[in-house]
Write a protein that binds this ligand. Structure first.
Ligand SMILES: [Zn+2]
Ligand SMILES: [Zn+2]
Length: 363
C-alpha cells in the first residue's frame, strides 16, 4: 500500500505525531483526493482531547480541499484533476434520512476503523469523521465531495467544508430564517461568524452577536452583526432586548459548546422564538430549562448538525456568493501552517483568539 504523511493521535491529550501511514486505493464509489489545505476545527481538538471517546490511533481533520488524484469504480461526475472540497458528510443515499433529504443524519454506520487507513506496520488506524484529513491524501466517498472552480484558493475553499456550511446552514436551513426576523448569535468564533453571515444573507433585520471577547465582537461586526453584547455582563440578554427594541429574538443560534451559553440561550428568545443548537458540548454535559415557559410561549429547540446541508445543493451557491463578494471566506483565516507544525497550530486555535488556522501541504 502507498504511504503518506499524517498527523496521528496515539493518546488523548498528547501531541499528534507526524508519521508515515498506509492509504488504500479508492474502492467502489470512492475517490482519492490529494490535499492542498485542511483547516483545524474545534471538533478535531475535542476528539484529540478525548471529549467524545473513539478508537485510537486515529487521524483527525475534516475541513479540507484538494485535487482528485484517483477514482474508484462507479464514480460518476468526478475525474482526476478536479478541484474539490472534502466534507465529513458520508451519506449512503438510500436510508430514510438520506432519501428524505437529510444526508447529515444518514443512518447507515461507517466503519472508520476498517477504512482506507492503516499504520505503517499494517495495524488498524481510524479514519476519524470518515475523512482523516490531517494527512497528505484522503480516500473518501464521492458523496462527501463537491467540485469547485479551480481558481478558488484551496485554503479558502477548505473552510467551506465544515465551519461555513455549519454556520450558514444553521441560519438558512435549520432556523429557516425569514427576511426581517431578529437573530441572536451566541459565540463569534469560526462557526459563529458564519452563522452571522448566514443570518445576513438570509435577510435578518437585526443580528446581535454575543461573545465573552470584545475583540471577537469587533470581528463579528465585519461579518454582519448589527449589535454586539459582551457575554460577561450581568444578565447580558437585557442588552440584547434593548438592541431588539425591547423584545426577545425570533431565532437564537448557539454556536459554542459551553453549558452556560446553552443555559442562557433561552433568555434571549422572544415569544414564539426558536433556538438552534449547533455547538457541541462534551459527552455527558447537561443543561437545564424551564419547560413551562417554553410550552406557554411557544418556543422551540432545534438540533442542527453540519448546517443541515445537502452539500451538492448548498456548496455551489455558497461558492457563488463568495465569488460575488457576499460571503466572506478570506477574512476567516488567521494563520497558515505546515503539517509538521500542527501541534503549534492546534495550541494557537485553543487560545480562542484565532479565527481559523489552516494547514497547507507542499506539492
Ligand atoms: Zn468541523
Ligand atoms: Zn443514509
Amino acid at each position: 500500500m502507498p504511504t503518506i504523511k499524517a498527523a496521528v493521535c496515539h493518546e488523548f491529550g498528547s501531541p499528534l505525531v507526524i508519521e508515515d501511514v498506509q492509504l488504500a486505493a479508492p474502492r467502489t464509489g470512492e475517490v482519492e483526493v490529494t490535499l492542498d489545505a485542511v483547516a483545524i476545527c474545534h471538533s478535531d481538538i475535542s476528539f484529540a482531547e478525548g471529549a467524545w471517546g473513539g478508537f485510537l490511533p486515529a487521524v483527525y481533520g475534516h475541513e479540507a480541499a484538494g485535487v482528485i488524484s484517483a477514482v474508484g469504480d462507479n464514480v460518476q461526475g468526478f475525474a482526476a484533476g478536479d478541484s474539490v472540497v472534502v466534507t465529513l458528510i458520508r451519506s449512503c443515499g438510500s436510508c430514510p434520512s438520506c432519501a428524505g433529504g437529510a444526508p447529515t443524519l444518514c443512518e447507515t454506520p461507517y466503519d472508520a476503523v476498517n477504512g482506507p487507513l492503516k499504520t505503517a506496520d499494517g495495524a488498524p488506524l481510524m479514519q476519524a469523521m470518515a475523512c482523516g484529513a490531517f494527512a497528505e491524501r484522503v480516500v473518501v466517498d464521492q458523496r462527501q465531495i463537491v467540485k469547485i472552480p479551480s481558481e478558488i484558493a484551496k485554503d479558502v475553499a477548505a473552510l467551506i467544508s465544515c465551519g461555513v456550511i455549519t454556520g450558514v446552514g444553521a441560519a438558512v436551513n435549520a432556523a429557516k430564517l425569514r427576511a426581517g426576523e431578529d437573530v441572536v448569535v451566541i459565540g463569534a468564533g469560526g462557526v459563529g461568524l458564519n452563522a452571522i453571515q448566514g443570518a445576513r444573507i438570509a435577510g435578518a433585520r437585526r443580528i446581535v452577536a454575543v461573545d465573552l471577547s470584545e475583540e471577537k465582537l469587533e470581528i463579528a461586526k465585519e461579518f454582519g452583526a448589527t449589535h454586539t453584547v459582551l457575554g460577561r455582563l450581568d444578565a447580558p440578554w437585557k442588552a440584547s432586548y434593548k438592541a431588539l427594541g425591547g423584545r426577545g429574538a425570533d431565532v437564537v443560534l448557539v454556536t459554542v459548546g459551553a453549558i452556560p451559553a446553552y443555559e442562557q440561550a433561552t433568555r434571549y428568545l422572544g415569544i414564539g422564538g426558536r433556538m438552534v443548537m449547533i455547538g457541541m458540548p462534551h459527552s455527558g454535559a447537561k443543561a437545564s430549562y424551564e419547560p413551562v415557559i417554553m410550552a406557554a410561549i411557544g418556543q422551540g429547540m432545534i438540533g442542527s448538525k453540519m448546517g443541515d446541508v445537502v452539500i451538492q445543493r448548498d456548496i455551489p451557491w455558497m461558492v457563488d456568493l463568495y465569488q460575488q463578494g457576499r460571503l466572506k471566506l478570506d477574512e476567516l483565516i488567521s494563520g497558515r501552517w505546515k503539517l509538521e507544525d500542527i501541534n503549534a497550530a492546534i495550541a494557537d486555535t485553543k487560545t480562542g483568539s484565532a479565527r481559523r488556522n489552516v494547514i497547507l501541504f507542499d506539492r
